[in-house]
Design a protein around this ligand. Structure first.
Ligand code: BDP
Length: 587
């Protein structure tokens, strides 16, 4: 699905701001049929959970309703009108007036509806969006709903980050001409110093296609005609880490020589390849330095925010990071566009976190039953997972910053059923995008000799917590065990090893000269311990610390106001560990 843009032939309105807001109530069966009976207003974009000082809203399980009116611009008469929701976590139902126009499951990818018949230019429409936050064994990520003794529905899940919900990204109303571009796929290759942009345009009707590649100075670098083809750029300026050079692919649809639709897409010319134990960008070995992140901040939850976006990237630059993983779901498209423009490398992950009964947000246990079974994760889960992969690749395939797909985080990859579950998903991802390497982030129980799916992937990503969840307070043992394990992987596979997560919680302000878990110094020393091992093992091509910043988790005794593995606090102040990283990555 193409990001909405304003062009010569298209206009758009961002419907951000305050919407009427209400929890679903049994005595209001059709909340969309009239003005929502509520005095509450909720901001869009934002998760709703922390906005109100209200436990019931914070803990709500089920539907909530957002509503506002919008006047369709007078000038849109004769155009097609679309309503697009960038994210509704985890299920959305969109009504215009009392008509259902779109439904979508999957909390981190966009969906839209053609509402032309209902959107009369110059008139007001009532837009109501129902959002449901329920997670079950048939959703990605999975979860379980139970009913407590007071009859309240409770949601539990197998990941530690809080299940923020609502409309965390923008809602758009936009116009397109009757015949318009509906899809645009690009991939780039490099031969010598010539960059080639291969493109593929789909349109809603018959039209001639003309494309032009324009450089950052506005000069035409190449031109072509036809719905698919290749544009060659001699002496191309490449997109590379730290240098987000972008051309613009300008697509025009013509009928009788006249332009009927125009759309522009930023394109970075670069290649990605795995060769032996190396990860190559433009043929050069690349070493990932950075973080697993979250979309998370106080009050807004997962709500998108430009100030936070720019600030997080500024801190990543300050600390010397060149990359991050979108743990544990696809991030807002604005984040990827920013990464494209600034040359930051992204590992793009689906929301498949928690397909594992032996793990719960880092707490280890032995699974009592098989994860991949009709009672747990079955073909319905797998279908939802396949859809999550399709929507991720469809949305993000044109971003040069995205160099690898991460199909899931810490699944059970040990039990025999896992191969049967994951192999078809790997095949699907390869079919959809043969140009990018694939990985998954593996958990601690899956070692070189117990994992049953690593061979299906290009890069071995390991999340490792030696010195924290095991060998706690014993960094000598942690160093030995980490090295033993990594050597076992390099003996078994000639593939790059990416450390997808490593780190320790630390409570900002807690200090100790001893190896005291939760102190800022222990977090520093644990990172240094890992770094010594990485530097001894050639196949380690990357280090992503868990986490960029402290983040909110599901309530419980196990975390004190959230996960504190941040190198920055939740309000983005550096802990001591940030200086260790800055010295290593910038020094
Ligand atoms: C890993 C998970 C991550 C958790 C982390 C932790 O991938 O989502 O936040 O552990 O426990 O298992 O801090």
């Amino acid at each position: 699905m193409l990001p909405p843009r304003s062009t010569r032939t298209r206009e758009l309105l961002r419907l951000d701001g305050l919407w009427r807001f209400a929890l679903d109530a049994a005595d209001a069966p059709r909340p969309y049929a009239s003005t929502l009976q509520t005095r509450r207003e909720a901001p869009v974009p934002a998760s709703y959970n922390d906005i109100f000082a209200d436990q019931e809203i914070h803990d709500h399980v089920g539907w909530v309703w957002y509503q506002r009116t919008v006047r369709v611009p007078r000038g849109w008469s004769g155009e097609r009108v679309f309503l697009r929701v960038d994210a509704a976590t985890h299920e959305g139902a969109v009504y215009v007036g009392d008509r259902l126009v779109a439904q979508h499951v999957g909390g981190y990818t966009p969906f839209e509806a053609d509402i032309t018949e209902l959107a009369i230019a110059g008139e007001e429409i009532r837009v109501t969006i129902g959002v449901n936050n329920e997670l079950t064994n048939r959703t990605i990520p999975p979860g379980t709903i139970s009913v407590d003794e007071r009859g309240r529905r409770r949601q539990s899940y197998r990941h530690d980050f809080f299940n923020y919900a609502g409309l965390p990204r923008s809602v758009w109303l936009y116009s397109v001409p009757d015949v318009h571009v509906t899809a645009l796929r690009t991939r780039t290759t490099i031969t010598g110093t010539t960059g080639v942009v291969h493109y593929d345009v789909e349109a809603s009707g018959e039209a001639e296609v003309r494309v032009r590649l324009v450089d950052e100075d506005g000069e035409t670098a190449a031109e072509a005609g036809g719905a698919s083809g290749a544009l060659s750029v001699p002496d191309a300026e490449l997109w590379r880490p730290g240098h987000g050079y972008l051309y613009e692919l300008q697509v025009e649809l013509l009928a009788d020589e006249a332009v009927v639709d125009a759309y522009g897409l930023p394109v970075g010319i670069r290649t990605v390849e795995v060769r032996g134990a190396r990860f190559l960008i433009n043929g050069e070995p690349f070493a990932f330095r950075g973080f697993g992140k979250h979309e998370d901040s106080a009050i807004r939850g997962k709500g998108r925010d430009d100030a936070l976006l720019v600030h997080d990237f500024a801190l990543m630059e300050w600390v010397g990071a060149n990359s991050f993983r979108t743990a544990h779901y696809p991030y807002a498209e604005e984040t990827l566009e920013y990464a494209d423009r600034h040359g930051i490398v992204v590992i793009d992950e689906t929301a498949a976190v928690g397909l594992n009964l032996g793990l719960g947000g880092g707490v280890h246990g032995v699974a009592e039953q098989a994860a991949f079974s009709p009672e747990m994760f079955d073909e319905h889960t797998q279908r939802a997972h396949a859809q999550a992969i399709r929507e991720l690749i469809d949305r993000d395939r044109n971003h040069p910053s995205v160099v690898m797909w991460c199909l899931m985080n810490e699944p059970d990859s040990v039990e025999p059923g896992s191969r049967e579950y994951f192999a078809p998903l790997v095949e699907l991802a390869r079919e959809l995008d043969p140009t990018r390497p694939l990985t998954f982030a593996g958990e601690y129980r899956a070692h070189a000799d117990t994992d049953s799916i690593a061979d299906l992937f290009d890069v071995i990503t390991l999340n490792r917590y030696y010195g924290w969840y095991s060998d706690s307070a014993d960094l000598v043992a942690a160093e030995r065990h980490l090295e033993q394990e990594l050597r076992a992987w390099t003996d078994a596979y000639d593939k790059p090893i990416m450390i997808g997560e490593y780190g320790a919680d630390s409570y900002a302000g807690l200090h100790s000269v001893l190896d005291q878990p939760w102190s800022e110094e222990y977090q520093q020393r644990l990172l240094e311990t890992f770094h010594r091992v990485f530097d001894r093992i050639d196949a380690v091509v990357g280090e992503h610390v868990w986490n960029f910043a402290d983040f909110q988790t599901s309530p419980g005794f196990f975390r004190v106001d959230g996960n504190k593995k941040g190198v920055f606090t939740r309000d983005r102040q550096p802990k001591a560990a940030a200086h260790v990283l800055r010295a290593r990555w910038r020094g």
